[in-house]
Design a protein around this ligand. Structure first.
Ligand code: FAD
Length: 293
């Protein structure tokens, strides 16, 4: 089923993101997580497309597992950097064969070394190409706090307009901790007539050093109060995780109260935090066990 169809029936949407295990780990290492995430009844699960070539093939395999074994709708990420049109057609053809109807179309980050042929310069160009095949429901990335590469907000919103014009059906945001930034952003999109649904990326903190690394790369701001607590628990991941869960519960409750289109949880391939957050929000059947992993 296409995500736009699910959205018509079931707003706000709840989705999870996973990433393929590194090539030296068996692909099966993610299967248990997928089963646990399935039990939380998300509207869809997305699978990232590896920057490292080694995990790229696994995206199709995992998306297929989500769709055909776990019977949850799958969203396959696809980046166009260092891909020829032929390669893109080959991957989208495999997705089609597996029954995957949803693609998150991205440019991707330029690789540190070596560059293959790139036929599509921007995500917009990839979206346009996929749209011509007419079969996929297409999502794109959005950046409510701007991009680390310094793209200004006016330019960013211009790029989003281009993505919609090219055929994007919905957006998923970069992880954000400060809801006011999201509300400002949504207001700006509305002013520019962008009406495509925007699913808000929320990442529960698992570990202080890890979240510092991730937010630096993503250009996401951590609220001062949250950061003080994370500093306090820099060497105590279990406490940092509790702080992260408390924060995510409050953040999501506020987002839902503001009527956002959907919540996209960056799970980091773990189900425990997602399960606990949803339980506390009353978004799961209370009988679901909150087991330790
Ligand atoms: P674009 O929107 O094409 O933007 C790329 C750059 O080009 C920006 O600097 C932008 O300002 C500029 N630009 C865009 N359009 C134009 C134009 N018309 N003229 C001039 N300049 C333009 N990366 C992965 O490798 N794999 C993933 O699975 C993945 N998943 C992601 C999921 C989400 C929800 C998000 C938010 C990001 C994800 N990324 C992923 C990261 C993403 O690939 C990078 O942020 C990448 O640098 C930009 O991708 P984009 O699709 O936003 O590119």
């Amino acid at each position: 089923m296409k995500i736009t169809q699910i959205f018509q029936e079931n707003k706000p949407l709840l989705s999870f993101e996973v990433f393929p295990p590194k090539p030296n780990y068996p692909i099966e290492t993610i299967y248990r997580t997928l089963e646990e995430l399935r039990d939380l009844a998300p509207d869809f699960i997305s699978v990232t497309y590896g920057a490292a070539g080694g995990t790229r093939k696994r995206t199709v395999e995992i998306a297929s597992r989500i769709k055909n074994e776990e019977k949850i709708e799958a969203l396959a990420h696809l980046t166009c950097i260092t891909h020829s049109q032929e390669e893109i057609d080959e991957i989208s053809g495999r997705l089609r064969q597996e029954g995957i109807e949803n693609i998150l179309a991205l440019r991707g980050d330029p690789p540190a070394e070596g560059a293959g042929q790139t036929d599509f310069t921007y995500a917009r160009d990839l979206i346009l190409h996929l749209r011509r095949s007419g079969e996929f429901c297409i999502g794109a990335a959005a950046y409510p706090e701007g991009r680390p590469d310094g793209t200004g907000m006016a330019a960013e919103i211009g790029h989003m307009q281009e993505k919609v014009a090219a055929g994007a059906d919905f957006f998923i945001t970069q992880l954000v901790f400060i809801n006011e930034h999201i509300y400002d952003f949504l207001e700006q999109l509305a002013k520019k007539g962008i009406t495509a649904p925007v699913f808000i990326g929320v990442m529960p903190v698992y570990n202080t050093r890890q979240i510092w690394r991730i937010t630096e790369l993503a250009g996401a701001e951590i609220p001062r109060e949250l950061n003080s607590l994370l500093e306090k628990y820099v060497d105590s991941p279990a406490d940092a995780e509790k702080v992260g869960i408390d924060f995510a519960v409050r953040q999501i409750a506020d987002l839902l109260a503001h009527g956002v289109d959907g919540i996209h949880l960056y799970t980091m391939n773990r189900a425990r935090q997602a399960r606990e957050i949803l339980r506390r929000l009353g978004m799961t059947v209370s009988s679901l066990p909150v087991a330790d992993q």
